[in-house]
Design a protein. Structure first.
Length: 79
């Protein structure tokens, strides 16, 4: 179910935003939304600034980022 939501909301198309992950093929990248949230922009503000966004899109961005992080491997050399 979670994978279906992500694939419906987060899309990658080489012809849109140079292939960066975007929200539903819009010219709004996952990166833009993550950076805005990290800098303190609220979900409410994002939804006002980008009227084409839906609350589920922002949740999908966070889930997408969490999935990427869960796959991250950190190697320590010389410890």
């Amino acid at each position: 179910m979670k994978e279906q939501i992500l694939s419906d909301r987060i899309t990658v198309n080489p012809k849109v935003m140079v292939g960066k992950p975007t929200i539903r093929g819009l010219r709004i990248t996952v990166e833009q939304i993550l950076k805005a949230l990290a800098s303190g922009v609220s979900t409410h503000e994002l939804l006002e600034d980008y009227p084409e966004l839906e609350p589920e899109d922002i949740q999908a961005v966070l889930s997408y980022a969490a999935e990427l992080e869960s796959e991250e491997q950190v190697f320590q050399i010389g410890v």
